[in-house]
Unconditional design. Structure first.
Length: 173
């Protein structure tokens, strides 16, 4: 179950969006929508999890903020698309887990391995809410802006047609 709570216009440095707020009984999720997407195919779509370090504190220790900016730039260029923001800090483990994982990451472990070393799941995120939001907005198929095959797999398992994958990598040239 997911219900739409509210909708408003949002101006960003990457164009104008509609923000649609959803609620599943426990957490809020946000959809940033550019253009009219109902019934559309091959819509650019970014499923993005919250990251306090990157989005609130402008940390340079992860690339979450940059991935969001790349996604917004690509959607702006295309003139339509959707970003689904899920409340899944710390790969779904929470901010406490992120803080506890830092000492392990400093030893050379990947972020996922550091979570596990700190006693948490490597990746506890669930992307099913994104599928529910896409169905409610009536998007027919998407091209995912992602580096994460788990997102594609989960959305596909929940009936979303993924027609392409565009990696969100930084161009340092």
């Amino acid at each position: 179950m997911i219900i739409k709570l509210a909708e408003t216009h949002l101006k960003t440095k990457f164009g104008d969006y509609r923000e649609i707020l959803f609620y599943d009984g426990q957490k809020e999720s946000h959809a940033l929508v550019m253009g009219e997407l109902e019934g559309e195919e091959d819509v650019l779509c970014r499923v993005h999890s919250s990251c306090i370090f990157a989005h609130h504190f402008n940390s340079i220790e992860c690339d979450c903020r940059e991935q969001m900016e790349i996604s917004q730039q690509l959607i702006q260029k295309e003139g339509k698309g959707i970003i689904i923001w899920l409340d899944q800090e710390g790969k779904g483990n929470g901010h406490f887990a992120l803080l506890k994982s830092i000492e392990h990451k400093k030893t050379g472990l990947s972020q996922a391995e550091a979570y596990e070393a700190a006693g948490f799941k490597k990746d506890a995120r669930d992307f099913a809410q994104a599928a529910k939001i896409l169905k409610q907005i009536d998007v027919k198929s998407i091209r995912m802006l992602t580096n994460n095959p788990k997102k594609v797999e989960t959305l596909t398992q929940h009936g979303i047609s993924v027609t392409g994958i565009l990696p969100t990598v930084l161009d340092h040239s």
